[in-house]
Design a protein around this ligand. Structure first.
Ligand code: ATP
Ligand code: MG
Length: 422
């Protein structure tokens, strides 16, 4: 992609009410646009990063047997009444509306914009799960959730409209469920490693529910996190403040003096649901011995946008964003300095060669931008490698290469550049 063709531009104009670092940087770099508090649009570069994160998650969900689908956002009231979750007292984050009727646009039956999908998917599975032979089922989606969050000051980390990866498991027995739950936990660990957050993300013990003592959150250490956790570095686990009791410490075999209090953000969450939803919505199956049993469920969430925001918060420096290589929108920011025929030919040639070799290149071919602007944009955008072509580099038939995370520049010939970035 050529910078001259990219419709987004870097900007210094950030909405005055935007207080979060992640959103401010992403807006400046042209990755996102703010519609209103907690509501953001993803522009081409931002969407590419989001999709890279989504792809990592998708691969790991498929690896544990996940089947991808996509459920509707519009949800009927009666379904949610069956589980008690239509109630505004119990769930205060609903966005609700009404269908059209002959009388007027919003005079018909009530509808909700889904903030989760246990109800919809459990009801749907009644069409597909009858016998033990139909189990297990692991279904997941990347789907827009609507949540009327009270506060939304963390940029793309807490939105009122956002994409969630939500997986739901349907198992024949508690034992089968427990095995899958552990596989899902391991898949999550891999996901956070692959997107660059492995070192600072902890499997965290959090409150369970009727069917399990604990749920597990994946908490990433960051000062802007809204949660407080107690980290055990040796065991690479943490305990959420909400379950930080003597009893829990004893259960986990850890003592207070081994734990360090930290701020963290919940980037993922896995939960054993038991028969909470299958009972209310009558999802049963016939087991091998002919008896009718309730399907055992679990749910497994990740917010790809929250992950992206967390990555920006964690890696950014005073010059801008720093993307881990695995999720960067482009691998190389190719800077052309000068307009002589020789420089043009050399830069165009390298762009072609890198692209042919399979590297994703953002080529700063602008003839109306100064060198300082190009370097500042390369840093702000956070692309892992910056390669410069100029009169100076032409002399030895070399290119100047710098990693976003390093200060030193290296002079490399064409093959070495390709080898470095592909
Ligand atoms: P939180 O405790 O932060 O409010 P939650 O416990 O309500 O989140 P879940 O319902 O378990 O979150 O959602 C699964 C995942 O979706 C979370 O782990 C998080 O990564 C993401 N997520 C939840 N709420 C938001 C939001 N408002 N904006 C962006 N991502 C979110
Ligand atoms: Mg939570």
């Amino acid at each position: 992609m050529k910078v001259s063709q990219l419709f987004t531009k870097t900007t210094k104009n950030v909405p005055a009410d935007e207080v979060s670092k992640n959103a401010r940087l992403l807006i400046q770099a042209g990755y996102i646009h703010k519609e209103m508090a907690g509501v953001y649009d993803y522009l081409p570069l931002g969407l590419t990063v989001l999709n890279n994160i989504i792809q990592v998650i998708r691969e790991e969900m498929n690896a544990i047997g996940g089947q991808e689908l996509s459920l509707s956002s519009l949800q009927p009231k009666d379904l949610w009444e069956k589980t008690g979750r239509w109630d505004d007292e119990l769930v205060d984050i609903w966005f609700k509306t009404r269908m059209h009727s002959g009388e007027g646009a919003h005079q018909g039956p009530e509808l909700g914009l889904a903030w989760s999908h246990e109800e919809a998917l459990t009801a749907l599975m009644r069409n597909h799960i009858r016998s033990y032979k139909d189990l297990p089922v692991y279904a997941y989606q990347f789907q827009t959730k609507f949540r009327n969050e009270l506060r939304s000051k963390s940029g793309i980390m807490r939105c009122r409209e956002f994409i969630m990866k939500d997986m739901y498991s349907f198992s024949r027995s508690q034992e089968d469920h427990d095995v899958f739950y552990e596989q899902a936990k391991q898949a999550y660990i891999k996901i956070f490693e692959r997107v660059g957050l492995g070192d600072i993300t902890y499997v965290t013990f959090a409150s369970g529910g009727l069917f399990s003592k604990f749920s597990h959150e994946f908490q990433t250490i960051t000062d802007v996190g809204e949660d407080t956790v107690y980290v055990h570095e040796g065991k690479k686990i943490a305990i959420n403040k909400e379950v930080y009791t003597d009893e829990v410490l004893a259960d986990l075999g850890v003592t207070k003096d081994e734990l360090v209090e930290k701020r963290a953000v919940e980037v993922g969450n896995i939960f054993s649901l038991g028969s909470r939803f299958s009972d209310s919505l009558d999802l049963k199956f016939t087991d091998a011995d002919g008896t009718e049993k309730t399907v055992i469920m679990g749910c497994y969430g990740i917010g790809p946008g929250r992950v992206m925001g967390t990555i920006v918060e964690h890696f950014a420096d005073d010059k801008g964003i720093v993307w881990p290589e695995n999720i960067a929108p482009y691998k190389v920011y190719l800077v052309r300095l000068g307009e002589s025929e020789a420089v043009l030919a050399e830069a165009d040639g390298l762009y072609e060669d890198l692209t042919k070799a399979g590297a994703l290149v953002l080529y700063d071919d602008r003839s109306d931008a100064r060198a300082g602007e190009k370097f500042a944009d390369a840093d702000l955008l956070g692309i892992p490698y910056r390669v410069v072509v100029s009169e100076k580099t032409l002399v030895n038939k070399q290119f100047e290469v710098k990693k976003r995370t390093e200060q030193e520049v290296h002079m490399c010939d064409r093959d070495a550049v390709i080898k470095m970035v592909v």
